[in-house]
Design a protein around this ligand. Sequence first.
Ligand code: FE2
Length: 270
Amino acid sequence: MILCQISDLHIKPERRLAYGVVDTAAMLERCVAHIGRLPQRPDVVLATGDLVDGGTAAEYGLLRELLSPLTMPLYLMPGNHDERRALREVFDDHPYLQSNSAFTQYVVEDFPLRLIALDTVIPGQSGGTLCDERLAWLERALAESGKPTVVALHHPPFITGIGHMDRIALDSSAKLELIIARHPQVERVIAGHLHRPITVRFGGTVASTCPSPAHQVVLDLARDGADHFIMEPPAFQLHWWDGQRLVTHTEYIGDFGPSYPFREDGRLIG
Ligand SMILES: [Fe+2]
């Protein structure tokens, strides 16, 4: 099974540039086209938040259009730039979004890996939380099945060292870590928000973040570093499950020329 994770798409209305410089719509188009050309088709695509930049229906409408070439099941999750109600309304044919709960949390049972999506949004704030209600829901969801599981959330549940992002981190990581540690079927905790790939040990498993198909966050480990982004190569991740282990590959989006088949003796073939 291949789980494709995309994150932090930051679509603006009418294809406007994010921060006046990043063409997030064109970059998502390139990402979607790249996923369509992969030699192995992912079984599912999961978008881990910051789907749009301002949380408006117009932005979700454009997002819907940009994601429409994807031929595999698509699951969406909110991040701090999203607005739950507008997301639900525009993607009204996505049944997992249409709950009566205040939160957009859900379980996907259709694949060899069980997917659990958590909602870390605090409306109007950049940081995230998992309140007791959301954590109790997770505890119940994990107790229901011992099947290998990926838990996804927008805000990574760990401090990254990147000071300007750690200032808008998840405030409830320790509580989440205790729950994850009690459920060894959790193969991975995956997140977005950081716009770059990061990996850490967490609750007896591995936690990771995914790069953005648009702009990346500057790798600046200064505690008091300023907010800044950089146009490092855009990317997404493929999490490959072989039935035993979850292996994560970061795939860069762009034209890198042809591949070069070669022989053991170091010569090119052809
Ligand atoms: Fe983001």
